[in-house]
Design a protein around this ligand. Structure first.
Ligand code: C2E
Ligand code: CA
Length: 407
């Protein structure tokens, strides 16, 4: 709208606020830019301050007549209510600023009330985000591996690599839900993802002389990694350095990233498939899939999200609708020429039902928890005939790939 009109609009908004404040005995001041502060004294409860916020928002929503034009605006408000005795002015203003930021982040044109718990969570997130680059330098990020089992014969077809952050005590090891999104926001996911992929491929390559078929390693890719221009070159570099054959690397991409129907994601996925890598859609069924587009994607597998498997309950007969949904998802994958893997399989009954449905592979605590090394993932006890059976440690580790797990 141009500086001149913008300044006039700001002045008109300030004048309107000043009239309102004078009428009700509040103090209003402009902090800078388009930010104003209203001091409301003698409130009895936070609702008193919220009423003022509602009035201010309604007031500023009324169009402004500037240069013969009606201009509309909206306002976001951060509400902080404090007793005077416990209040340090700069702390109060910081809290107001934070709360205003929440109101904007939550969708604008709304008020938010200061929440000490949300503030503590935010501080913890910032602290963690700030610690990440140093942690990457010090090598605090690592992987654990969880077996992916063939439901037809119990063989371990592959392992999924799952990130962990080994923080110094008292924090201990953090699961990826605590830090992958932070790394995505900051962009650190690019060097972190590459480092993790290198680790996973290095471990998998050290198992290359096993009897065929050697297990693949499945690595999760964040959306930002998929859109990074160096993705294909980086992965080619990792495969070259580690010597892992491309067909032994699977990349897991989220449904929403896979469905992002633009050249920035479609082109690299095509190139990766051409290199001979396997591509799988992670948590399938929880997002929105365009089936016509899914058919065109160079994807080899679908991983059915844990919630579908959790519906197969041990304590009650499976709801026929739940079974029908799972059957349809497996059939959809097969129709598209993909293998289907069920995630989060925790019981023998779930494994049996999935096998009866025709699901190809499965992964979950029933078959093995994520563990520190691929070798360990492959050799941890697998349940056989409903009993826990620890494989014979005297047997060479390598033939373990051929060992049958119960299904
Ligand atoms: P995901 O890819 O869906 O991974 C499966 C999650 O389910 C893992 O949690 C795994 O430990 C857990 N899980 C496995 N079996 C069972 C089971 O039987 N029952 C239950 N309740 N859970 C089971 P985790 O390791 O905490 O990973 C969480 C998510 O973090 C992953 O979900 C994945 O989306 C993301 N993630 C993990 N590692 C990476 C990584 O290296 N890069 C990226 N971009 N994302 C990662
Ligand atoms: Ca995954």
């Amino acid at each position: 709208m141009g500086h001149y009109i913008g300044d006039q609009l700001l002045a008109a908004a300030g004048a309107r606020l000043a009239r309102f404040a004078a009428e009700f005995g509040h103090l209003v001041a402009r902090l800078g830019g388009d930010e104003f502060v209203v001091l409301v004294e003698d409130t009895n409860c936070v609702e008193d301050a919220i009423k003022v916020a509602d009035r201010v928002m309604a007031l500023l929503c009324e169009p402004f007549r500037i240069e013969c034009r009606d201009l509309a605006m909206s306002a976001s408000v951060g509400v902080v209510e404090r007793t005077v005795a416990d209040t340090d002015p700069s702390d109060l203003m910081r809290a107001a600023d934070i709360t205003l930021h929440w109101a904007k982040a939550d969708g604008k044109a709304r008020w938010r009330v200061f929440d000490p718990k949300r503030n503590a969570r935010d501080i913890a997130r910032y602290t963690l985000a700030a610690a990440m680059p140093g942690a990457l330098e010090r090598g605090e990020f690592g992987l654990v591996y969880q077996p992916i089992v063939d439901l037809t014969d119990g063989r371990i077809n592959g392992v999924e690599a799952l990130a962990r952050w080994h923080r110094p005590e008292p924090d201990g090891t953090l699961a990826p839900d605590h830090f992958i999104n932070l790394a995505e926001d900051s962009g650190l996911i690019i060097p972190l993802g590459l480092r993790l992929m290198e680790q996973a491929c290095e471990q998998a390559a050290s198992w290359s002389d096993v009897a065929a078929p050697a297990p693949f390693v499945s690595v999760n890719l964040a959306v930002r990694q998929i859109r990074h221009p160096d993705l294909v070159a980086d992965i080619t570099g990792v495969l070259g350095r580690t010597g892992l054959p491309p067909e032994r690397l699977q990349l897991e991409i989220t449904e929403s990233a896979a469905m992002d129907n633009d050249d920035e994601t479609a082109a690299p996925l095509g190139e990766l498939a051409n290199l001979g890598l396997r591509l799988a859609i992670d948590d399938f069924g929880t997002g929105y899939s365009n089936l016509a587009y899914l058919r065109e994607l160079p994807v080899h597998g679908l991983k059915l999200a844990g919630p579908f498997v959790r519906r197969l309950r041990a304590d009650a007969p499976t709801d026929p609708t739940d079974r029908a949904i799972l059957t349809a998802l497996v059939a959809l994958g097969h129709t598209l020429g993909m293998t289907v893997t069920a995630e989060g399989v925790e019981t023998a009954a779930q494994a049996a039902e999935l096998r009866a449905i025709g699901c190809d592979m499965a992964q979950g605590w029933h078959f093995g928890r994520p563990v520190a090394a691929i070798e360990e993932a492959i050799n941890q006890p697998h349940p056989v005939d409903g009993r826990l059976h620890r494989p014979d440690r005297a047997a060479a580790v390598r033939p373990a790939f051929r060992r049958l797990a119960s299904i």
